[in-house]
Design a protein around this ligand. Structure first.
Ligand code: ATP
Length: 762
């Protein structure tokens, strides 16, 4: 590999002809022409030819081919030829339908295209990952998938999961220091590689190689494409087909033997009969129709903003019994506006909506809030300009609030230089940025109120630092609750001076003995349609649980607004969870709808407990640490807009609008698709039963063969495949969400269906 890691940052920038502001858009276009798109060219795994031949590998089709051989050998070869033609037509229809389905699934998968944050012309922009070029400066955050090979310029607490490249599951710590010698990629601690993930921290890096020139491209691990897995229903139908085929063979042999030996009928005549029986009972179109119906369902779901990655998930969705959902962004709009601040022991209200600077502070006489705003802006990775904003909505809201009194990030960044960052994580629920001005170093901290207040021993009031005792801390927490009760999302901020001898990376020291500055209270209104969707879930027997990192009071207030809970129902916090046994937790889950102050590991525990009790769980997640919970749940739902790359990869379904309602409509669609499949399986099987009935009556009444094999095949073609496809697309019942969820262990071909096929169910 080139010795990028052995060069200094300056040398790398020079040799890639990149300035501190990144490259220009024009330059990027030229480099894109030179180096090509940043893509791994995958060997075409999905070949049309293999799909076509796979049509002939079905056990049922093999049986038909066998029947045609027997026809050739025994009777008029035209019968054999016609059977072959019919098999071929069947295969072509199957091939065309499956090919279309496969193509549209591939197109859907590419809709979850990943983006990258780059700095071009000094401005941070989000671009499609395939457009990243060598020399681009990229910004990396926790949960990002690294878009290309890059040399680190700056990094904060960065660790990378390189397992997909090295097979090593331990997270690798990285830093931007120049190295003397690098023998292999595992030693390249100042480099990050395409395809690996940011496990913790943040970084700025310069791209040194893209596409097939990356380490990932070179070793061309092109087996990323997931294996074609059969859904449980496809397995059941395939299994059913095999049983039917076996029964058919046995019946054919018996009929043949009875005819020839007991009744003395001609061998050729009895062969023809037997073949007709085999042909009649083979549901040759069923597997194709099933795949097509599932794929059509997936397409329909995509139109409603849910991208399902595997066909199997469509069925699972239909049997969902519990939806575990985040609050921020899924239940709420994630359009934060700071409405109230608390500083110097006073509340100040702020007018204005959304990311618009128009708005006023209710009191600007004293400037006690300035330090609060400064801390909020400097401990902040978002950017906000008039027409565009990038980053976490919570952080953008703080920038907007400060801009309302003329405090801007750019201006502060000229005064202060960033030295280090202890990044935010859902476990820590806080973050810290360390800055230096001309004389001193400061740590600015923001996070969940409890985390902040508990780490403070002083408070800034009217420009003076005073001691903070535990009674005063409790009083501050009461202020927090007052704000949270009105459904405000509350964030605390604090700061401290960092001594010359103190290490900015030492969390224990830096995030301790802080000076409390105040609270930001922001509204994040619930999505308009969530209350309706929650009502629908209630009717459909689906238990909805809100699992949020936010505090209990805010979570309960929002839950009340959307009708998830009424009055003062119990809510459980992450701390309470630790005290409970699994059995106690399961008892609680039956009626508790709100879990607050949770961390990703709590989600994992809730899933484990629910699974133990045979629940089918759809669980949302967006952070890197949500990946295990997403994988473990039956339907892991990642957020298309705010979700990290890692969460999207770990999920079964991505919702492109991040909305809870979309999950509910996907469940509804899943139920509808299952119903339709059931309808056409029933239709198909009833047709088979009728054909078999006619033939068997013919045989036992010693009548001439009522339907020849060819006639049966022709009738099947006209009456099986096309009507089945139509049934597969049928609109679902209006009352589909008024039923309880289907039992996952329930077999489609159950007693009820068998009785229906035999017309014995009245
Ligand atoms: P949900 O889990 O429903 O998505 P959430 O965003 O509140 O909600 P987390 O992202 O786990 O959950 O955040 C947990 C807590 O950390 C938040 O309630 C908030 O107090 C605090 N927090 C969130 N974002 C930031 C941030 N950018 N900087 C500092 N603290 C934050």
């Amino acid at each position: 590999m080139p010795d990028w890691g052995q060069m200094s940052v300056k040398e790398v920038l020079v040799s890639l002809k990149t300035g501190n502001d990144g490259i220009s858009e024009n330059e990027a276009r030229l480099r894109l022409i030179d180096h090509g798109r940043n893509e791994i060219v995958q060997k075409h795994k999905f070949s049309a030819l293999s799909l076509f031949f796979s049509q002939f590998t079905d056990f049922l089709i093999i049986l038909l081919l066998f029947a045609s051989i027997v026809s050739f050998a025994t009777s008029d070869p035209t019968d054999g030829i016609i059977i072959l033609c019919i098999v071929a037509i069947n295969a072509i229809i199957g091939f065309v339908q499956e090919y279309k389905a496969e193509k549209s699934l591939a197109a859907l998968r590419s809709m979850i295209s990943l983006k990258s944050k780059v700095i071009r012309n000094g401005t941070e922009t989000v671009i499609d990952r395939s457009l990243v070029v060598p020399g681009d400066i990229i910004m990396l955050d926790e949960g990002d998938k690294i878009p290309a090979d890059a040399r680190l310029l700056e990094c904060y607490n960065l660790s990378i999961d390189e397992s997909c490249l090295t097979g090593e599951s331990v997270k690798v710590r990285k830093d931007a220091l120049q190295l003397k010698e690098i023998k292999n990629i595992t030693e390249a601690k100042n480099m990050v590689f395409m395809g690996t993930n940011v496990a913790t921290g943040r970084a700025k890096a310069i791209v040194v190689a893209t596409g097939m020139e990356t380490e990932f491209g070179k070793i061309a691990r092109l087996t990323l494409e997931s294996k074609k897995e059969m859904s449980p229903l496809q397995q059941e139908v395939s299994h059913m087909g095999k049983i039917i085929a076996r029964v058919a063979i046995v019946v054919c042999i018996i009929v043949f033997l009875i005819g020839v030996f007991l009744r003395g009928q001609g061998i050729i005549e009895m062969f023809t009969y037997s073949i007709s029986i085999a042909v009649a009972v083979v549901p040759e179109g069923l597997p194709t129709v099933l795949t097509v119906a599932l794929a059509m369902g997936v397409r329909k779901m995509a139109r409603k903003n849910s991208i399902v990655k595997k066909l199997a998930s469509v069925e699972t969705l239909g049997s969902t019994t519990v939806i575990c959902t985040d609050k921020t962004g899924t239940i709420t709009k994630n359009e934060m506006t700071v409405k109230r601040i608390f500083a110097s022991n006073r509340f100040i209200n702020i007018s204005g909506e959304g990311y618009n600077k128009a708005g006023k502070f209710s009191d600007t006489k004293t400037k006690d809030y300035e330090m609060l705003l400064k801390a909020g802006i400097l401990c902040n990775n978002a950017s906000f300009q008039d027409d565009r904003s990038i980053g976490d909505p919570t952080e953008i809201a703080i920038l907007v609030a400060a801009a309302k009194v003329g405090i801007e990030k750019e201006q502060l960044e000229r005064e202060f230089t960033k030295l280090h960052e202890i990044p935010f994580s859902s476990e820590r629920k806080m973050m810290t940025a360390i800055y230096a001005d001309k004389q001193k170093r400061f740590a600015f901290v923001k996070g969940a109120p409890r985390e902040i207040v508990s780490r403070c021993n002083r408070i800034l009031v009217n420009g003076k630092v005073k001691a903070l005792n535990s009674a005063e801390k409790e009083r501050l927490m009461q202020k927090d609750r007052d704000m949270a009760e009105t459904a405000l999302r509350v964030l605390g901020t604090a700061y401290r001076e960092v001594g010359k001898k103190e290490n900015p990376a030492d969390e224990e020291v830096i995030e301790n003995k802080l000076i409390f500055l105040g609270f930001f209270g922001m509204i994040d209104p619930p999505r308009d349609d969530v209350a309706g969707a929650i009502g629908l879930c209630r009717q459909a027997g689906i238990n909805v649980i809100m699992i949020t990192g936010d505090q209990k009071t805010t979570a309960k207030a929002v839950a009340k607004q959307i009708g998830l809970i009424s009055k003062d129902e119990e809510a459980i916090t992450g701390e309470d969870l630790k005290e409970m046994t699994d059995d106690e937790l399961f008892e609680k889950i039956k009626h508790v709808k709100v879990f607050a102050r949770t961390s990703p590991s709590d989600k994992l525990r809730i899933i484990a407990v629910l699974r133990k009790h045979n629940q089918v769980i759809a669980m949302t997640g967006d952070g890197v640490n949500d990946a295990p919970a997403l994988k473990k749940s039956d339907i892991g739902v990642a957020m298309g807009i705010t979700g990290t790359d890692v969460s999207k990869e770990a999920s079964h379904m991505v919702i492109t609008d991040d909305s809870f309602t979309t999950i509910v409509s996907a469940v509804e669609e899943g139920r509808g698709i299952y119903d339709n499949i059931k309808k056409f399986v029933l239709y198909n099987m009833t047709g088979i039963a009728s054909e078999l009935f006619i033939i068997l009556v013919g045989i036992f009444a010693s009548l001439p063969l009522p339907l020849t094999a060819i006639q049966i095949l022709l009738v099947d073609m006209g009456t099986e495949i096309f009507p089945s496809l139509a049934l597969g697309l049928d609109n679902h019942d209006a009352n589909i969400m008024q039923r309880k969820p289907r039992d996952r262990s329930e077999r489609m071909m159950n007693k009820e269906m068998i009785l229906s096929i035999l017309s014995l169910r009245f």
